[in-house]
Ligand binder design. Structure first.
Ligand code: KIV
Ligand code: ZN
Length: 520
């Protein structure tokens, strides 16, 4: 029997964005959406249109701009959400409305404060309303793994009858274990009489660290769509890591007898981009994309890999898009062609004007740093990306500090405002970074608390680029800011501007978190 396809449903832009402190601007979502399209995912859940004006705009922008994948918007089971979802995705070449509603007694009773009959009715009515707009409708009984199976089967039968074309079984609280989850999928296949009219999907959270294992068990039991996030982003402990599921399916096709349409060589680049935008570093020992995933430390392993790669490597790093590390080191004397070819190896395809800009930044970095490594190039491209996508309210034009053990740390900053006006101000502080942040605050005046400040050296050596990640809190929301520079005070100032601009952009869009929205 021919292998069957498993559809990959990416929800990095919706469930992933629900990670505390991972808010993304529309422009960032669009850039990430384009990368997900290059990766070849089948469905992009672009957001939750009814949750805020900002999310609505993000979903509709992706629906207009990305033509290959299905673009989905999440919607609660109420008329306004379904209508807003449709409004946001109606220009997509392949639109999908994804309706969800709690099905477990604990959520029905305590959160929705309804009874099972009412909930059944809401599910059916809203699926058929969605179907009135769109041929592609997904339904998720939220908390399915803690739902009484008989009620779940009846609900699934009813929503399929109402027009649902995909039924998604979420392990919303990451409670299930693989053998049990596989049995649930088997139960759905055997007990929902019209199940052949819909695709079975799964959506596993990672509270017990079983998101990927549960997803694969479900695939073995017949699920043909898997939902997840790149780098395992998502609520609480996150969603199942898509890159791990994809590579497990690819590596163990002998056993699983399924395939995906993913271009795996884009996985490394996609993972780096998600880390960059979300401000969540990838743990070094993370499967598939962590820094150590293909590093062999012990002498025996090194010996084996040198003789035959497959002795200790089950995947080819090149197939995931890992840079080959071919020994080319760029520096002051390197030309534009050398830079372009190295960037291409790293997965960056640049237009001529983008290459011109990148070359300028490269030259200025090469004046300060003798050897430019792949990690330096990635940091440099991240800076470009941030400059491109940041819908600047304010831009940092100049920063100057004086500090030392007998000086009062003092900073002067010059910012360019939204209408190109120039602002200059100065402040003292407990240290140089504090002085810079206070001087910026005197100009921008948006109240916030700094909750995280980390500096990492991108490579070794005294001339290394410093990468600063900060998080600031305003009301209940957290905003990330990231930047790199050979001068860590400059990097700190740029990271703060990045976070403030995000706060201003997302704050204005009136973004709320999913949990902050009253249920229907
Ligand atoms: O985890 C969950 O149940 C969800 C649904 C909205 C699908 O994210
Ligand atoms: Zn979820």
């Amino acid at each position: 029997m021919a292998n069957e396809k498993v559809k990959i449903f990416d929800t990095t832009l919706r469930d992933g964005e629900q990670t505390a402190g991972a808010g993304m601007t529309t422009q960032e979502k669009l850039e990430l959406g384009k990368q997900l399209e290059r990766l070849g995912v089948d469905i992009i859940e672009a957001g939750f249109a009814a949750s805020s004006q900002g999310d609505f705009e993000a979903v509709s922008t992706l629906a207009r701009e990305l033509r290959r994948p299905i673009i989905a918007s999440l919607a609660r089971a109420n008329p306004n959400d379904v209508d807003r979802a449709w409004d946001a995705i109606k220009d997509a070449s392949k639109p999908r409305i994804h309706v969800f509603l709690s099905s477990s007694d604990i959520q029905i009773m305590h959160q929705l404060r309804r009874n099972r009959e009412e909930v059944m009715d809401m599910a059916v009515t809203m699926v058929s309303r969605a179907r009135g707009y769109c041929e592609d409708v997904e339904f998720s009984p939220m908390d399915a793994t803690r739902t009484e199976p008989e009620y779940l089967y009846t609900m699934l039968e009813a929503v399929i009858k109402a027009g649902a074309t995909t039924i998604n079984i979420p392990d919303t609280v990451g409670y299930s274990i693989p053998s049990e989850f596989a049995l649930l999928i088997k139960g759905v296949r055997e007990n929902v009489p019209n199940i052949s009219k819909a695709i079975i999907s799964v959506h596993c959270h990672n509270d017990l660290g079983l998101g990927v294992a549960n997803s694969l068990a479900a695939v073995q039991a017949g699920a043909r769509q898997v939902e997840g996030c790149i780098n395992g982003l998502g609520e609480r402990a996150g969603n199942a890591s898509l890159e791990e599921i994809i590579m497990a399916i690819d590596t163990r096709k002998d056993l699983l007898k399924v395939y995906t349409d993913i271009n795996t060589s884009q996985l490394y680049r996609t993972s780096r981009m998600v880390s960059d935008i979300s401000g969540f570093p990838i743990q070094p020992n993370k499967a598939v994309v962590g820094q150590n995933a293909f590093r062999h430390a012990s002498g025996i392993h090194q010996d084996g890999v040198l003789k035959e790669r497959q002795t200790y490597e089950i995947m080819d790093p090149l197939a995931i898009g890992w840079p080959s590390g071919n020994g080319v080191v760029l520096g002051k004397l390197s030309g534009r062609a050398g830079l372009r070819s190295r960037l291409e190896e790293l997965g960056y395809k640049l237009e001529k004007n983008e290459l011109d800009q990148a070359f300028e930044s490269f030259k200025s970095l090469a004046d300060k740093k003798r050897e430019i490594s792949d990690r330096d190039l990635e940091a440099l491209m991240s800076e470009h990306f941030r400059a491109d996508v940041e819908q600047y309210s304010y831009a940092l034009d100049q920063v100057q500090v004086s500090c030392g053990d007998h000086e009062i740390p003092t900073a002067t900053v010059r910012l360019i405002g939204p209408d190109n006006e120039v602002y200059v101000d100065a402040s003292t502080g407990t240290g140089p970074v504090d002085a810079v942040y206070k001087a910026i605050n005197r100009i921008i005046g948006v109240s916030n608390t700094l909750t995280e400040f980390t500096v990492n050296s991108i490579t070794e050596g005294i001339d290394a680029l410093g990468e600063v990640t900060i998080r600031i809190q305003n009301n209940d929301r957290i905003y990330v800011g990231r930047a790199s520079d050979t001068d860590i005070i400059v990097a700190s100032a740029k990271a703060y501007m990045n976070a403030l601009n995000r706060l201003i952009t997302l704050g204005e869009a009136g973004k709320q978190s999913l949990t902050g929205i009253p249920n229907p």
